[in-house]
Design a binder for this molecule. Structure first.
Ligand SMILES: Nc1ncnc2c1ncn2[C@@H]1O[C@H](COP(=O)(O)OP(=O)(O)OP(=O)(O)O)[C@@H](O)[C@H]1O
Ligand SMILES: [Mg+2]
Length: 140
């Protein structure tokens, strides 16, 4: 299953992606630096109606947002493992707890601490196809 999109088309791509994968709690986004992981996660947050400062310049290891889930406010976590050394450090940062909380989680750089993820995570790969096109594929 894959989607190819330019930045202009990213909201539509996010909507198509979500139509297929909505309901899963944990999404692990792999892809080289600058592939577009953060950009796509922000598009998903926008789609979900996150109103908090998504574009905040200070990015912590775990960012918690609120989204509207069928009329109920629910937490949503955006986790960036890039600066994490190993699983022990990820656990100390509270990432494992968040990933197993049942709340919606979007995580970048899962390969930094693969062991802390639940087995039913959705593995998403983002690749640069050409200048402004990206390919998103889900490994099943
Ligand atoms: N179709 C596209 N989808 C997403 N990003 C795009 C696209 N076309 C161009 N870009 C650009 O590519 C860059 C992607 O940066 P982004 O921070 O999202 O990457 P990243 O994968 O999160 O990198 P890092 O591993 O450093 O966190 C942005 O500058 C964005 O504007
Ligand atoms: Mg990023």
């Amino acid at each position: 299953m894959e989607w190819v999109f330019s930045l202009d088309e990213i909201q539509q791509a996010a909507a198509d992606f979500w139509k297929t994968w909505k309901g899963k709690p944990v999404f692990a986004f792999s892809g080289e630096m600058g592939a577009g992981k953060t950009t796509f996660i922000h598009a998903l947050c926008r789609l979900l109606g996150v109103k908090d400062a998504i574009s905040s310049p200070t990015f912590s290891l775990i960012n918690e947002y609120q989204y509207d889930c069928e009329g109920t406010k629910r937490p949503l976590f955006h986790i960036d493992l890039y600066r994490i050394k190993d699983e022990e450090e990820a656990i100390r940062a509270g990432m494992e707890d968040v990933l197993h909380s049942g709340h919606l989680c979007f995580a970048e750089w899962p390969e930094k601490a693969p062991g802390i993820f639940p087995p039913d995570k959705v593995n998403v790969l983002i690749q640069i196809v050409e200048n402004n096109k990206r390919r998103i594929s889900v490994q099943v």
